[in-house]
Design a protein around this ligand. Structure first.
Ligand code: KG4
Ligand code: ZN
Length: 351
């Protein structure tokens, strides 16, 4: 495999990394969280503008950290889907321009494939098949990973993603943005059994429930009604207990489905990816439940759970090694199913 420089600008982190195969040589993340905090969420136009302002210095810093020159870079990669179109456009344009200038191949990367590859950075010996539980701000997916670019979507959320639910519940509790890490911290001081909350099962027309799909919008609404009821009664809102009960319910919903899914598919390993993989409640519950069934679980280190370019470079390095290249007219896309990764490499092995 090769030495790859990758750029990630799909949301509110401007990130650049250089990896050699599964080894990180340089890794820079310029977070815009402080800028978006005053709006209570990511403002797409503001995100694009800040990516543009930070991208050049992030590239320079990644080179400094890696202590490499352009000659040693074998391919240039960028996240091209899914994400905020204007934000993606900044990273992809920078990567294509550099590819042209430096005469290097360009490799477009699917953001969710990057989250899957985050686990390889700390577990370089890990190999498919395994189940990936992908839980981020935009996605909650149960994916069977059969190989590089070979993914089967087994289950997903029907409405809010897990991270989105954390962010929305934090907002209605008035505890700040982004909600995931804040709720995680508050939950440590609360009682997870204080308030029973609905887990969000999906009914099937023929009766029973979908084994893997889930829903978090009902859970979010239940927390809203609970807060309103307590306020109406003039009670002080027990923020820590609500945070703990909410987090416990999300962790339970995800754990049950992931363990069942891996068992049904006879997969012996679960890999977790995305920002919510940083959640301590999920880490604890899933690790214990999987161990009971003889299933190993891998969580990436916290810095590779949330958006970063090292995971994108790691995915790109494997595609590069297989001969996958993207055309310089590859477009950015706000949505692209993980099962359509091959469309990014039209003239090569996967295409
Ligand atoms: O993967 P990511 O950085 O961006 C997307 O691709 O969406 O995920 C961001 C999401 C946010 O919703 C954030 O609240 C959540 O991950 N998150 C967490 C934790 N840290 C970040 N959720 C729960 N517990 C955490 N410790
Ligand atoms: Zn992400």
């Amino acid at each position: 495999m090769g030495i790859v420089l990758a750029i990630e600008t799909s949301c509110d982190e401007t990130a650049v990394a250089i990896v050699n195969n599964r080894k990180v040589l340089g890794h820079i993340v310029a977070s815009q969280i402080d800028i978006h905090r005053e709006f209570g969420g990511v403002v797409p136009e503001v995100a694009s503008r800040h990516h543009l302002e930070s991208i050049n210095s992030c590239i320079a810093e990644a080179f400094e950290q890696a202590n490499l020159s352009w000659d040693e870079i074998e391919a240039i990669a960028a996240t091209c889907a899914p994400g905020l179109v204007g934000a993606l456009f900044v990273g992809v344009s920078a990567a294509k321009t550099l590819a042209m200038l430096r005469n290097k191949p360009f490799v477009g990367v699917h953001h969710l494939e990057g989250h899957i590859y985050a686990s390889y950075l700390s577990q370089p010996e890990l190999e498919p098949p395994f189940l990936c539980l992908l839980v981020s701000g935009g996605h909650t997916s149960f994916i069977e990973v059969q190989g590089c670019g070979e993914y089967e979507l087994l289950g997903q959320t029907r409405d809010d993603a897990a991270g989105e639910a954390f962010d929305k519940v934090a907002r209605l509790l008035g505890v700040g943005y982004p909600g995931g890490p804040i709720i995680d911290r508050l939950a440590k001081e609360g009682n997870p059994k204080a308030f029973p909350l609905p887990e969000g099962r999906i009914s099937l027309p023929e009766g029973g429930y979908h084994p893997y799909d889930c829903s978090f919008s009902g859970l979010k609404t239940a927390v809203l009604y609970l807060v309103q009821k307590l306020e109406k009664a003039g009670n002080e809102i027990p923020v820590n207990d609500i945070a703990a009960s909410f987090q416990h319910t999300v962790a339970k919903a995800l754990t049950k489905r992931a363990v069942r899914c891996a068992g049904d598919r006879q997969l012996k390993t679960i890999v977790v990816g995305g920002g919510v993989a940083a959640n301590s409640g999920l880490r604890e519950m899933l690790t214990a439940a999987a161990a009971e069934k003889g299933i190993a679980v891998h969580f990436p280190p916290l810095k590779f759970c949330t958006d970063n370019a090292a995971m994108i470079a790691c995915a790109a390095a494997e595609h590069f090694d297989r001969g996958d290249r993207s055309p310089l007219n590859l477009s950015v896309q706000s949505r692209l199913p993980i099962t359509e990764v091959a469309s990014l490499y039209p003239s090569t092995s996967l295409g």
